[in-house]
Write a protein that binds this ligand. Sequence first.
Ligand code: CMP
Length: 138
Amino acid sequence: MSNRTFTMIKPDAMKNGHAGAILDRIIKEGYRIVALKQTKLSAEKAGEFYAVHAARPFYGELVEFMSSGIIIAAILEKENAVASFRTLIGATDPAKADEGTIRKLYATSLGENAVHGSDSDENAEIEGNFFFSGLEKF
Ligand code: CMP
């Protein structure tokens, strides 16, 4: 069990003006921000980030969407961070997400689901290192 996870506020939530509310919720839920940046993925970089899904039918759509606009990337710290953050954001499909979760409140659809949360400690480390150097983590 690690105490860090990685998240992105995706282009749909950024365009719909939910970034402030999502960051406020994350902080109020007790996560410490280890690293944070606003950035935009090229299609190549989005494809690299989601390479694990390359064989899935939705991969092209996912890469196009994730490179369609500005995102916020962050590393978060809290006890049992990966599992607790996945509970906070809710199911991948917002239609199936519990009431009060970030995706239930702010996501548009299965593909445009407002936020990403790492699915394992190992991936949290890999994903955080994809966006941040050692000098950017505090
Ligand atoms: P995320 O948690 O960022 O990890 C992979 C993403 O792929 C997921 O959120 C969804 O946004 C997206 N995704 C998963 N399943 C589908 C699907 N069936 N159709 C479109 N996008 C999907």
